[in-house]
Design a protein around this ligand. Structure first.
Ligand SMILES: Cc1cc2nc3c(=O)[nH]c(=O)nc-3n(C[C@H](O)[C@H](O)[C@H](O)COP(=O)(O)O)c2cc1C
Length: 320
């Protein structure tokens, strides 16, 4: 069984520039897994900045979408929470883990792990502003000298968070090294609210290992899902039935690439969609035949027609 009103114990990790509406459509078409937005800055939402507004607007999506917010002002968080509730959010996740300099310099993201009183005020203000559930995503700590995930988790619980997600790396580690799952287990033992474990989950077996060994309530996968949107459902299905669905066939990969590409062009227009498609297309083919040459050719293309033609030609070679 899952917790709150989520359909699954498996969560897509929020990823800026990646977990947009087209990506969610792709993920939903593969089944099982809870979906989330990219992070949206609270001040940009309040200004109705078109790009941030588009990120937060999940009204027309036929499945629940958690909207993630980032920022540092409790008042602005409260205002933004009301706006995103009107824009159809299933619930609100607060980003207290982002390691990027631009965010940190604004005292947001993982910088809040160094300022528990402010982090508490932000959570309290957001919880008070909306009937939606509010969750928090954070890291192991700032660096190896400042590992405070357990204390931080208790603060989140006391401040009214409905659940928390812990990424087992410090801010200093960024995305390098191995995620520390023991700290996720320590957090789980310290709080009563549900805990989602995050970091390095790349297979159904690894997800099960984290759930069994550390007793977490859910698992979240990020980088391993890139170019592999089937993974969330493969994990979900395995947890439900004990059976692991097959890896996608080459034909399925091709169809998914074409579908993802068309969705991106529909959503962002041809120019924007083609630009964003480059990274996704690169991820889909990364372990296929002659991927490097294909990627180099793809990067030079500007139209949907050219892209579809190249993908079709490439798969004739892959399949032959
Ligand atoms: C390109 C990229 C963008 C990310 N953007 C966000 C974000 O917007 N919000 C967030 O909370 N985490 C973000 N993350 C962190 C992921 O959600 C996740 O915590 C991290 O990748 C660890 O999980 P993994 O080992 O399964 O990839 C991002 C990570 C990457 C690599």
């Amino acid at each position: 069984m899952s917790f709150l009103n989520f359909d699954s114990k498996v969560f897509m990790a929020p990823m800026a520039g990646i977990t947009d509406a087209p990506m969610r459509t792709v993920l939903a078409s593969c089944g099982g897994g809870n979906l989330i937005s990219e992070m949206a800055a609270i001040n940009a939402i309040q200004r109705k900045n078109p790009k941030s507004w588009q990120i937060a607007n999940v009204k027309n999506e036929p499945y629940p979408v958690v909207v993630q917010l980032v920022g540092n002002s409790p008042d602005l968080f409260a205002d933004a929470a009301k706006l995103v509730a009107d824009l159809g959010a299933h619930s609100i996740d607060i980003n207290m883990g982002c390691p990027v300099k631009k965010i940190i310099n604004n005292d947001s993201g993982s910088a809040l792990m160094n300022d528990l009183p402010r982090a508490a005020k932000i959570i309290e203000a957001t919880v008070k502003a909306t009937p939606l559930k509010v969750s928090v995503k954070f890291r192991k700590g700032w660096d190896s000298e400042h590992v405070n995930a357990v204390e931080f988790a208790k603060m989140c619980e006391q401040s009214g968070a409905s659940y928390i997600t812990v990424h087992g790396r410090t801010r200093a580690q960024g995305y390098s090294g191995v995620a520390d799952w023991d700290i996720i287990g320590a957090v789980k033992n310290a709080v009563k609210i549900p805990v989602i474990g995050n970091g390095d989950i790349d297979s159904p077996q690894k997800a099960e290992q984290m759930l069994q060994k550390y007793g977490v309530d859910g698992v979240m996968a990020g980088r391993a899902v890139l170019g592999n949107p089937w993974l969330l459902n493969r994990i979900h299905h395995y947890l439900q039935t004990g059976e692991i669905p097959d890896e996608p066939s080459t034909a399925q990969i091709k169809e998914m690439m074409l579908k993802h590409l068309r969705l991106l062009v529909e959503y962002y227009g041809e120019r924007g969609g083609m630009a964003i498609s480059r990274k996704h297309i690169g991820w889909y083919v990364k372990s296929l035949y002659d991927a490097k040459r294909f990627r180099e050719q793809y990067t030079k293309l500007n139209t949907l027609q050219e892209a579809e033609d190249l993908i079709n030609q490439y798969f004739l070679r892959v399949e032959s």
